[in-house]
Design a protein around this ligand. Structure first.
Ligand SMILES: *[C@@H]1O[C@H](CO)[C@@H](O)[C@H](O)[C@H]1NC(C)=O
Ligand SMILES: *[C@@H]1O[C@H](CO)[C@@H](O)[C@H](O)[C@H]1NC(C)=O
Ligand SMILES: *[C@@H]1O[C@H](CO)[C@@H](O)[C@H](O)[C@H]1NC(C)=O
Length: 318
């Protein structure tokens, strides 16, 4: 009996110690854990992804150059989001005499989903695709494919926007602000992040190892949920990209390219117009924003209808 009790206590203590260790390790960051790891040599540089475009949109930018090309990073299963965007802010339209077009950026999955996307591309002619594997880790590759497309096929456009498929984009207000801003070159704007640090907690979604990014601080960058730039920057970034260390966070990578090019981020407006953390919908509020994150396809359709219905109505001044 006594012997059994002692055994129980032993088991209990072992469980306690193991739990404590697990807790400590999960709270530690990678340097602390990696004291005994062998440090590999410095960061790897970005490598341009060769190969041909599998899908290209139907446009000749030399003939009828758009004012703004919106590029949406998307993945194969986000068909609902793509359809909602096509019916709302992504529909080709002219705003204040300026043409705006929206294209989706995709890689491949090596599954039957690829055929579905090929058919979708043939139907809507708004997909830009190369044959890299469409995974989260390849997001930088996906954005750089968009940059390459602008550089090769549409340097005649005035502006380029990169955004995601869970976004509301008020292309009316964006166009208005871009016209008012009256900038044509070396202009880059969005939700500015000027004081960001790599997250070194291993179990965090945004974890970045010291191997991938050995520096303590990120360069200034704009939230990947939506940034806008003059199209000359596409060629400059494409040109400089291989001199820049690779990081899987595409918006930080863009920031590294801009730092190399000595291009400074600028605010589009004196008021906040980009909302990477989302914003509660109201028609009057959404008339004076450029982006809002976390919008489901169903809500996108509702918000957009409300916005379009109220375009000519005045809102009370705030
Ligand atoms: C990114 O795409 C390339 C090309 O298809 C592939 O070799 C690589 O494994 C992909 N990255 C990841 C993390 O899967
Ligand atoms: C736009 O900027 C150019 C110079 O960059 C200037 O000549 C022009 O007057 C400006 N237009 C407006 C409407 O401010
Ligand atoms: C590309 O970079 C080289 C120097 O690295 C420069 O001479 C050239 O003008 C750049 N081209 C463009 C299009 O920016």
């Amino acid at each position: 009996m006594v012997y059994q009790k002692i055994k129980m206590i032993h088991v209990f203590i072992i469980i306690l110690v193991v739990s404590c260790l697990c807790l400590i390790i999960s709270k530690m960051n990678s340097t602390e854990i990696c004291i005994f790891c062998i440090r590999k040599e410095g960061p790897i540089f970005f490598k341009k992804y060769g190969g041909n475009f599998l899908q290209l949109p139907d446009i000749d930018c030399r003939k009828n150059p758009p004012f703004l090309v919106v590029m949406v990073t998307s993945s194969h299963n986000q068909i609902k989001a793509r359809m909602a965007i096509r019916e709302t802010w992504g529909k080709e339209r002219i705003v204040q005499g300026k043409r705006i077009i929206t294209y989706f950026l995709l890689g491949i999955t090596n599954s039957k989903d690829d055929n579905v996307v090929t058919q979708e591309s043939q139907k809507y002619r708004d997909i830009i695709q190369k044959d890299f594997l469409d995974v989260y880790f390849n997001l930088t590759l996906k954005t750089m494919m968009g940059i390459e497309w602008v550089h090769h096929f549409c340097p005649q456009s005035d502006f380029v926007m990169k955004t995601d498929s869970d976004m509301f984009v008020n292309v009316y207000y964006l166009t208005d602000l871009l016209i008012r801003k009256n900038r044509t070159t070396r202009f880059f704007t969005g939700f500015l992040k000027t004081n960001e640090f790599p997250i070194r907690k291993i179990f965090n979604k945004w974890y970045v190892s010291y191997y991938e990014y050995p520096w303590e601080k990120y360069p200034p960058f704009c939230s990947g949920t939506g940034y806008v730039f003059s199209s000359d920057i596409a060629s400059e970034v494409y040109n400089v990209s291989e001199k820049v260390p690779f990081i899987k966070l595409e918006d930080v990578f863009m920031g590294l390219c801009l730092a190399e090019l000595k291009i400074h981020l600028e605010e589009l407006h004196s008021e906040q117009t980009f909302f990477p953390d989302g914003l509660k919908f109201s028609t009057c509020r959404f008339k004076k924003i450029v982006t809002c994150h976390f919008v489901k396809p169903k809500n996108l359709l509702i918000y957009w209808k409300a916005l379009e219905r109220s375009l000519d109505e005045k809102c009370p001044a705030v």
